[in-house]
Design a binder for this molecule. Structure first.
Ligand SMILES: Cc1cc2nc3c(=O)[nH]c(=O)nc-3n(C[C@H](O)[C@H](O)[C@H](O)COP(=O)(O)OP(=O)(O)OC[C@H]3O[C@@H](n4cnc5c(N)ncnc54)[C@H](O)[C@@H]3O)c2cc1C
Length: 246
């Protein structure tokens, strides 16, 4: 059983599919929280990183070939261990058949415990530096078009302190090594006093070819009119209760 929707889950499905072909009788269940498959299979040929695009396509083929049973709209609440196997129970009471192995690819959060004495300015939900949080937050938008980040985005209230690398994206799942290399180049330039090099952005990150985030896909029918960077047309909103024009 594989739980989760991202690239790690797709990678796991790909590997397990090879096992299932080798060992007939192996059953694979893929459990998604989102109500519809949507863009689970990624950007395919629209992904500017071809191998990242291929991950989802391999997983899609495994589903189409009948190697994988897809379960959607399943919000896992607990795991029940029964006879050495694990059964997932959902918030709505549904219970899946027990599995010998459960691969949980449902995200992560950075371990910031060793920084508890350091003055940090982090987004309270994403746990990424506040200046980049809105941009990398997959619940706000993940149109695959995140700009590269540098010293100015990553510096913390603690003088001379920067957060770089995977930790700089907090709980966002879209960090690439390329992002980190550019961050480190810019931060080293800032520490060395080369302001021009620190401010320059030398990288354009490759698009995923997918528009939307986990928050957007969880309940697509409810959220399609909610508005986001991915909305097809501008959304008119009114703040406060006074009629427009007053
Ligand atoms: C399954 C998976 C697949 C991925 N595939 C890709 C990919 O194909 N391409 C890509 O670009 N990115 C990929 N990524 C993202 C990848 O994690 C990053 O691009 C890259 O590894 C981040 O490098 P990093 O140095 O910032 O962090 P990490 O590689 O996580 O390194 C951080 C290091 O710091 C150490 N550390 C942590 N706390 C402390 C401490 N208190 N004291 C001392 N050391 C500490 C850790 O032990 C670790 O060695 C993948 C991530 C995952 C989880």
């Amino acid at each position: 059983m594989v739980v989760g929707n991202g690239h790690s889950a797709a990678t796991t499905i790909g590997v397990l599919s090879r096992v299932a072909k080798r060992e007939p009788g192996t059953r694979i269940t893929w459990v998604l929280r989102r109500g519809a498959v949507g863009n689970t299979f990624g950007g395919g040929s629209a992904d500017e990183l071809p191998e990242r695009g291929a991950l989802g396509q391999r997983a899609k083929k495994a589903v189409e070939d009948g190697l994988v049973d897809l379960v959607t709209g399943f919000r896992s609440e607990r795991v029940v261990i029964d006879g050495g196997q694990a059964a997932l129970v959902a918030e709505d009471g549904r219970r899946l058949a027990p599995a010998a192995r459960v691969f949980v690819a449902t995200g992560f959060r950075p371990d910031l415990s060793f920084l508890s004495e350091i003055r940090l300015d982090l987004d309270m939900r994403l746990q990424a530096p506040s200046k980049i949080a809105a941009e990398v937050d997959p619940n706000v938008h993940s149109c695959g078009s995140v700009r590269a980040t540098g010293a100015a985005d990553l510096e913390q209230p603690e003088p001379g302190f920067y957060i770089v690398g995977a930790k700089s994206y907090g709980r966002a799942p879209t960090f690439l090594a390329l992002t980190g290399f550019e961050q480190v180049r810019s931060v080293v330039a800032a520490i060395a006093g080369d302001r021009e090099a620190a401010e320059r952005v030398d990288l354009v990150l490759p698009d995923t070819g997918v528009c939307g985030g986990s928050g957007l896909f969880d309940a697509p029918d409810q959220e399609s009119s909610a508005g986001s960077c991915c909305a097809s047309s501008p959304q008119l909103i009114q703040l406060g209760t006074a009629p427009a024009g007053r």
